[in-house]
Design a protein around this ligand. Structure first.
Ligand code: GRF
Length: 228
């Protein structure tokens, strides 16, 4: 799939370049596209890259005239060579921020360190609780009353980097993991564009492994939703 965006034609105020990495549905990507198309946003999605040629998110990107690339992990013999190819592709767009939006790959430390401080991820749990997979079922199995999602800087430790923003949702006794996933995902779509906006405005700093917004830990970094 080839790109159709032409940076020369980008409106001048769309000045903050990002690259989004996906593997699947891309509903978070869609939320980022929708938010970046608002006139007040300075975000310029330079490219969407997927490891999965069938990712539905690629269609969302094409539909919005955003450059799409597939870097298929099956075409590479090992993780190191895949991550090196991915890095070359990403860097050709010179992003100020690399956004993992449902990118289902564990990344090498070399890759992560190359983007240190400008690589973020969204994870569907209240980190540091429930890193890894099957977060919703594990939360239900443990009888949690609250669940959520976290946008965080990526460090070599999987799902281990400092949190930028978290959203909290209730867990109901009748929930199954799909109910909970759906409730959390809706809130992911609110917090991810917000975190990207903050980053692009230079409002985030990291101090002692904590992310500060405008120089302090802000209540805006914790969002509570009662939506069912
Ligand atoms: C989201 O739940 C996100 O938290 C996780 O993967 C899922 C991606 O969903 N990392 P989508 O592809 O954005 O719809």
């Amino acid at each position: 799939m080839s790109g159709s965006s032409d940076s020369a034609k980008e409106p001048e105020h769309k000045s903050f370049p990002i690259v989004v990495l996906i593997s699947g549905s891309g509903s978070n990507l869609q939320a980022i596209i929708d938010s970046s198309s608002k006139p007040e946003s300075s975000i310029n999605i330079r490219a969407v890259i997927s490891n999965n040629p069938n990712a539905y998110g690629l269609k969302r990107a094409s539909r919005n005239a955003i450059s799409c690339k597939v870097v298929n992990h099956r075409d590479y013999p090992d993780r190191d060579s895949y991550d090196a190819a991915l890095k070359t592709e990403i860097d050709s767009y010179q992003p100020g921020l690399v956004v993992l939006a449902g990118f289902m790959r564990i990344l090498t430390a070399d890759f992560v360190n190359h983007y240190s401080g400008r690589l973020i991820n969204i994870h569907p749990s209240l980190l540091p609780h429930y890193p890894g997979l099957n977060t919703h079922q594990r939360a239900l199995d443990n009888g949690e009353k609250e669940a959520g999602a976290t946008v965080h800087f990526v460090t070599p430790e999987v799902d281990g980097g400092p949190a930028i923003i978290q959203t909290h949702v209730p867990v109901y006794e009748t929930d199954n993991s799909e109910d909970l996933a759906c409730r959390v995902l809706k809130q992911e779509h609110l917090i991810y564009p917000r975190a990207i906006q903050w980053f692009s405005q230079g409002r985030l700093t990291i101090e002692d492994d904590k992310v500060l917004l405008d120089g302090k830990i802000s209540p805006d970094q914790q969002v509570f939703s009662n939506e069912s």
